[in-house]
Write a protein that binds this ligand. Structure first.
Ligand code: GTP
Ligand code: MG
Length: 206
């Protein structure tokens, strides 16, 4: 008999925080530098092996663009787990994450396991395998900024300066709200599997 338990999981969060990239890393161990925005939602499955059992995640990767917000209840209804993602280099994305958590706590399954995930830590950490900072020049993305602020403060350009959300602040909020908490990089893979294994451990055995 198939002993794997099915677990319905939904990803929520502001556009471009990296929800689809987290799923792609978890399911295929891949990363795409220019991933296209999700339209509506995407559905994927992935098995997750714990010491004593195997779960099969049924993953709903929702679209973060505001015009899709009203679709979200269809995806979080009956979900046993939710991964609410923000981007540690964008403070407003944590505020959006908090509104998702509130909505889930009011309207989703009362036993839902929620994980708060701060993604893109690679942007603030020097790569361990290289002596140069892990920042890649992105001339096209910077074009708009360059016209407004000539002369980037490159001398004070420590990697940490890109961080807008202190880990301690988000972690304290997560604890207060009763959420699991992770910082991750879909780009390097850091912390990605942990999200899904720690959630799995909290799903009751049927
Ligand atoms: P929507 O589908 O529009 O809600 O966006 P999303 O949350 O699914 O974001 P997506 O995964 O499409 O990623 C948005 C952009 O961020 C893409 O260009 C990704 O390559 C990039 N990205 C995602 N995760 C990371 C990460 O951990 N580090 C870095 N440096 N870039 C990332
Ligand atoms: Mg997406």
């Amino acid at each position: 008999a198939d002993k794997s338990v099915q677990v319905k999981l939904v990803l929520l969060g502001e556009a471009a925080v990296g929800k689809s990239s987290i799923v792609l890393r978890f399911v295929s161990n891949e990363f795409q530098a220019n991933k296209e925005p999700t339209i509506g939602a995407a559905f994927l499955t992935q098995k997750c092996r714990l010491e004593d059992r195997v779960l099969r995640y049924e993953i709903w990767d929702t679209a973060g663009q505001e015009r899709f917000h009203s679709l979200a209840p269809m995806y979080y209804r009956n979900a046993q787990a939710a991964v609410v993602v923000y981007d540690i280099t964008k403070g407003s994305s944590l505020e959006k994450a908090k509104t998702w958590v509130k909505e889930l706590q009011r309207q989703a399954n009362p036993n839902i396991v929620i994980a708060l995930v701060g993604n893109k830590v690679d942007l603030v950490q020097p790569s361990a395998s290289s002596s140069s900072p892990a920042t890649t020049p992105e001339p096209e993305d910077e074009a708009d900024d360059a016209t407004a602020t000539p002369g980037e403060p490159s001398a004070g350009g420590e990697p940490e300066s890109l961080r807008q959300v202190p880990r301690e602040e988000a972690e304290a909020y997560a604890q207060e709200a009763g959420l699991l908490f992770f910082e991750t990089s879909a780009k390097t893979g850091e912390g990605i599997v942990e999200i899904f294994t720690e959630i799995a451990k909290k799903i009751p055995i049927e």
